[in-house]
Design a protein around this ligand. Structure first.
Ligand code: ATP
Ligand code: MG
Length: 571
């Protein structure tokens, strides 16, 4: 029952500094007029909404300027990486609507070439084997104002360096015994330039290269070289790599053979209120069972928000709306929700579902009678999705909260002696209630006015409220999962003295309703199908659904506090 997206042409993308820079490069004839970007995740976790920003940016820029974008697994750390993550990354990027065609790469594809380049650096006197331990290197680094100490390895001859490096590769030494370091400048004001490590020994098998290697290149080195080897023109990364740019450029300048000269450009990473994006902490949420898995609909992972019912269109719209800047800031979660609502509003049929039911018995309708009514599936544009038949019978389900025995004045729904409109049906007046021994209301009684079919009275009398309902005889039971923010504070990443971040986890982020009542025709809905449950929000069918018992996720409520134009929820 999903619908086509908006017909209106997409608005022209707002300019940003990266677009301007690429445009200027093209105008100047740089890189022979080529544009090639890449999205380079480390396969050590699932992608999240922050990665989505980077994916939209990298693939978007390439597409806009007639270039291409590669998908590259940045798999230089064999300890944390896994094929499950590789598969999920491919799946997520594709789902977002982007295509790397045949250009799926691994940094590990280049381990052989990177090794050869390292040998050339040694031969050129620009790299050396260092005996210092990690601890000694850290101690000898100096400070921003004081130069670091030179490693004794700096004095080694080229021959000795080449011999040791070959033996490192052959597996002669234990982990940590030696490293290969670039010979740059121990007095550089940029700490990254103080003879950074290029290779470390790790006798660990790797998810892509198996046991071929026992030494692995470090991130900065492998990353710059991977970019250059692939012919990347614009290497877009987040701001925390600003200090690494000088080193990136040093590698591009001094390594050989390299034909290409990629340029690193930094932008501000996405931060969202009520959201945590550290892969390490997301992994802990999964491992410690705070959520049901990487694709739990409360997770900010792409797998999670997909299951929740967010659409790729909404996420791409969000990425465009937040733009690209060079200063870090935090985006309101409400803006993402606004984009989701905007998209779902156009594509979802409206149906009626009672989440927390109570029975309403229509006293003047005989038990065996069914009145067939017609309901429009998309009232804003009746032609768009057609209509459906609704059975109106003696026993109906309505929302428990749409009835009050002793209501305040401004309550316009059902109450003893009061009349209300049942959506697509009739006016119904409440005649009384039935209670159990404990005094709880078990049933509401009422009468319908047959002259009000379609929702208007011929005598011109008005009712203030309209409520939704389903026929009890026809309705099916469904499980409905309602979600709230996973964290109770706007910035769960803030370090608070004496408090563990887990203490900000919400205890009410998931509410499960086991006996919601859905219109019978919904029982055939496929996993992923999306609907607006009138007055209750947007929902999608969860993969946990079984024949005879659908499970729905609430994607989002109807109320949009971000779009000021929208008034409060209609009664
Ligand atoms: P970590 O370093 O914690 O493992 P990461 O989120 O930086 O995680 P990567 O796999 O290295 O993970 O990220 C892949 C790409 O996505 C990088 O280019 C990175 O800059 C970008 N990226 C990561 N987080 C965000 C974010 N919050 N906003 C925008 N881009 C991001
Ligand atoms: Mg990273």
């Amino acid at each position: 029952m999903s619908a086509e997206s908006k017909d209106a042409p997409a608005p022209a993308p707002a300019s940003n500094f990266i677009r301007q820079l690429v445009e200027a490069d093209l105008k100047a004839g740089k890189n022979g007029g080529r544009v090639m970007t890449r999205f380079p995740p480390e396969p050590n976790g699932y992608l999240h909404i922050g990665h989505a920003k980077s994916i939209c940016l990298n693939f978007g820029i390439a597409k806009e300027f007639g270039g291409v974008c590669n998908l590259r697994m940045d798999d230089t750390n064999p300890l944390k990486e896994d094929q499950e993550y590789v598969d999920s990354i491919k799946n997520d990027v594709r789902w977002l609507g982007f295509d790397w065609e045949q250009r799926f790469y691994h940094a590990s594809d280049y381990f052989g070439r990177i090794y050869d380049i390292a040998v050339n650096l040694i031969a050129d006197g620009k790299a050396y084997v260092c005996d210092l331990t990690e601890e000694e290197v850290r101690k000898g680094r100096g400070t921003v104002t004081e130069p670091g100490q030179e490693s004794p390895g700096r004095k080694r001859s080229v021959e000795e360096n080449l011999d040791l490096f070959t033996r490192m590769k052959a597996g002669e030494f234990a982990d940590g015994k030696y490293t290969l370091r670039a010979k740059i400048d121990m007095a550089s004001p940029n700490m990254k330039m103080r003879d950074p490590p290029l290779y470390r020994i790790r006798h660990t098998s790797h998810q892509a290269t198996g046991d071929t290697w026992c030494l692995y290149p470090l991130y900065d080195f492998a990353h710059a070289l991977s970019d250059a080897i692939e012919g990347i023109t614009h290497s877009i990364c987040t701001l925390e790599f600003e200090n690494n740019r000088e080193l990136y450029d040093w590698f591009i300048q001094h390594c050989r053979p390299l034909e290409n000269r990629p340029q690193q450009i930094e932008f501000a990473r996405l931060a969202l209120t009520y959201t945590m994006m550290s892969k390490r902490k997301l992994l802990l949420l999964v491992q410690e069972g705070h959520v049901r898995g990487w694709d739990d609909p409360r997770m900010p992972t792409i797998a999670g928000i997909r299951r929740r019912g967010y659409t790729p269109e909404a996420i791409r719209d969000f990425a465009e709306k937040i733009g690209v800047a060079r200063a870090n800031s935090t985006v309101e979660f409400g803006l993402l929700e606004h984009c989701v609502r905007d998209d779902l509003n156009q594509r979802c049929a409206r149906v009626m579902t009672v989440l927390k039911p109570i029975k309403l018995v229509i006293e003047n309708l005989p038990e065996n009678e069914t009145i067939e009514l017609e309901a429009v599936n998309f009232p804003e544009d009746a032609a768009k999705m057609g209509s459906r038949k609704l059975p109106f019978t003696r026993e109906l389900w309505i929302e428990r909260e749409d009835f009050m025995e002793d209501p305040p004045k401004q309550f316009h729904r059902l109450a003893p002696g009061k009349e209300v409109r049942l959506r697509w049906a009739f006016f119904v007046k409440c005649t009384g209630v039935i209670k159990n021994e404990a005094g709880e209301i078990t049933e509401i009684r009422g009468t319908y006015d047959p002259t009000t079919r379609g929702g208007n009275a011929p005598d011109g009398r008005k009712v203030k409220g309209t409520i939704h309902w389903v026929s009890a005889k026809h309705a099916q039971d469904a499980e409905v999962r309602l979600y709230d923010q996973l964290f109770t504070v706007a910035d769960p990443t803030a370090e608070v003295e004496g408090q563990d971040w887990r203490q900000t986890l919400s205890k009410t982020s998931l509410e499960v309703i086991h006996d919601a009542k859905i219109e019978a025709h919904l029982s055939g809905a496929a996993v992923g199908a999306q609907f607006q449950f009138e007055r209750n929000g947007y929902f999608c069918v969860d993969p946990d659904s079984k024949p005879g018992k659908l499970v729905f996720n609430r994607t989002i409520g109807l109320r949009d506090s971000f779009a000021k134009a929208m008034g409060p929820k209609k009664e």
